[in-house]
Design a protein around this ligand. Sequence first.
Ligand SMILES: [Mn+2]
Length: 321
Amino acid sequence: MMPHLKPIIEHIRETDNFLVLSHVSPDGDALGSMLAMGELLAALGKRVTLFNESGIPSRFSWLAPKREILTALPENEPDTIIVLDCGSAERTGEVIRPWLASKTVINIDHHLGNPKFGTMNWIEERSSSVGEMVGILSRKLGVPMVGLLGEYVYLALISDTGDFCFNNTRPETLEMAAEILRLGLLPGPFHEQKQSTGTLNQLQMRGEVLRQASLHAGGRVTLIAFTRELFERTGTGPEDTEGLVNTVLYVRGVQVAVSLREEDKGIKFSLRSKGSVNVQAVAALFGGGGHRNAAGGTLEVPMGEAKATLIRAVTEELDRA
Ligand SMILES: [Mn+2]
């Protein structure tokens, strides 16, 4: 059923010293799958180091992981690097990249078009999240998803499925969630912790962005934009934009939401779509990536030009569908 899984399981059983990492600017799946993999390997008695070039974003500070997450190269060199939720080798960041060429790399991911940059690759495009894949590994390796391991897998599941609302929520996903609840996780307190992490500044900044949301393509596209001026004026930052793009799909008749964010290198864009509209194809036009209903990338142009370019590309995709 999963031919790529067997050698990975054998390698994990036979090896001792691991470095586990996930993509820069981590989301709930990147953090959840990495922390879960850390717990899983520790439960197997392995030495494990966690690494994420960006560290933990402030909205996840409630996680307070007991295992340290390094942002610089560790002194102790691992035998094997497990790369999680990275659609390409570039997503691992700058710091660790030289090591990817010289060590055994296990690439576990669910992004469309992952180029299989690992020594071993397990890519499941249909999997809700990489956390779900780590959960499958836990089962195969005989480690029950109790305590922190269960919490971290659950965080990954709810993050990438939009709290089990997106189409990537499969029966297998809910069965894994059910397994974790049976083993003791309480969803109420967990969701409260996850959701109540904001500040008034963030709320007001988001309000301002929503007030300026605009409709395009005959009401099929909504667009929101975050400028550096706005961040400076409201005492907020790029990490405070998370999730707002999903909110603007709320408008009746809208099929695609576009979110733009001004950064040093240009404009970072996020796209969300409903149903069969493929925004991954749009992101790929500009060197970006992602999934059918959630994708993104960067445009090295000013804000006004980024708006026009993306509205045109998204409209063409909608007209084709
Ligand atoms: Mn993911």
